[in-house]
Write a protein that binds this ligand. Structure first.
Ligand SMILES: Nc1nc(=O)c2c([nH]1)NC[C@@H]1CN(c3ccc(C(=O)N[C@@H](CCC(=O)O)C(=O)O)cc3)CN21
Ligand SMILES: CC(C)C(=O)C(=O)O
Ligand SMILES: [Mg+2]
Length: 321
């Protein structure tokens, strides 16, 4: 198929498949059979064992999920609770209600067929008790096709994480800067810049590995410390603001694409200026409408034959206004 045709059809096929889901329709549409094999933790570990850097991107809704799923250079998707601040516009990750977060996870997963997915456990869903944490994790995993939940916290969280792992819920750890604790961290500050803080992060990493974490996210930790920790663990580390010594990298979808008109952390590399480009595109649209350049009837309009139109004029003349 020509590339242009493919890019137009992909979303159509995707939504057709979605609408047909409940009715047990065949997966054959537009005379091509779509087969999907979703990546597993084993696929991620193959990359880790081969020392091939793992690329991870967050997703926050159906469209970002579908885009992340379509990139053959992205290995894994994280439904980050950062979606509270990107897709939802809250001022921190503490503000999103659990149910709203679940709706967002469901939206993302409607767009994902291929990639391994980790979902954050949001603020308020893990802290109070093992039971509450299990209940929340079960709700997240029940969405389907999610392979692991991610929990912010170090060795104080290890026993709770161990229980989830024993129940068959694979857990990813998250240490270093923990955005859900920004109030006690005094802001979104790099962690482990002093020897004894760095030692604590290393101890946290070991405790999480011992508790059964399949992966560990490290956030805003000096690159030498992240590298040391990575070299002394037997599970992959995924870094954000941690330099190139971790097993993989993660960035927030909206940051990488420049979707927000806001300052980002210095660890972000912007590959696009989506916000500015989108505003410019809307300005062009508005200008076209105001100057009668859009729509063009020949291209954008629907047509009626001359015969039907003459008949219409006759019929219309009989209509009493
Ligand atoms: N869009 C978005 N991207 C993120 O990476 C992200 C969120 N939202 N929301 C939750 C947290 C907040 N995060 C942040 C936000 C800002 C910095 C930041 O500006 N850090 C300073 C370092 C400050 C210091 O150590 O003194 C920097 O300059 O990068 C870091 C992490 C990461 N997470
Ligand atoms: C930045 C990553 C690690 C995250 O937790 C998020 O996007 O919420
Ligand atoms: Mg998060």
């Amino acid at each position: 198929m020509a590339p242009a045709a493919k890019s137009i059809l992909t979303p159509l096929i995707r939504s057709a498949r979605y609408y047909c889901k409940g009715e047990n329709f065949s997966r054959t549409l537009h005379s091509s059979t779509i087969t999907h094999r979703q990546s597993t933790l084993t696929d991620i570990y193959k990359l880790y064992n081969a020392k091939s850097p793992i690329s991870v991107i967050t997703a926050h809704d159906f469209i970002s999920g579908a885009i992340a799923d379509d990139s053959e250079k992205v290995d894994m998707i994280l439904i980050g609770d950062s979606l509270s601040m990107t897709a939802k516009g809250y001022r921190s990750t503490l503000e999103i209600p659990f149910e709203e977060y679940i709706y967002a996870c469901k939206s993302v997963m409607r767009g994902v067929n291929n990639k391994f997915v980790i979902a954050d456990m949001p603020f308020g869903s893990v802290e109070s008790s093992d039971e509450k944490c299990i209940e929340s994790a079960v709700k997240i995993m029940s969405i389907g096709k999610i392979g692991s939940v991610k929990i912010e916290g170090g060795k104080e969280m290890a026993p709770r994480i161990k229980r989830l792992n024993e129940l068959g819920i694979p857990v990813t750890g998250h240490i270093g800067l923990q955005p859900q604790k920004f109030n006690s961290f005094g802001g979104y500050k790099a962690q482990g810049k002093q020897a004894c803080g760095a030692q604590k992060i290393y101890q946290d990493a070991l405790a999480l590995q011992e508790a059964g974490c399949r992966m560990i996210v490290l956030e805003c930790v000096p690159h030498k410390i992240s590298k040391y920790i990575t070299e002394h663990l037997e599970v992959p580390t995924i870094g954000i603001g941690c330099g190139n010594g971790t097993s993989g990298q993660v960035l927030v979808f909206a940051d990488l694409l420049g979707m927000l008109d806001a300052k980002t952390g210095k660890f972000v590399k912007k590959y696009m200026n989506f916000h500015n480009d989108a505003v410019a595109a809307l300005n062009s649209y508005g200008t076209d409408v105001k100057s009668n350049r859009f729509p063009e009837n020949a291209q954008n309009g629907f047509h009626i034959s001359e015969d039907e139109y003459s008949e219409f004029l006759e019929l219309a003349s009989k209509v009493k206004p």
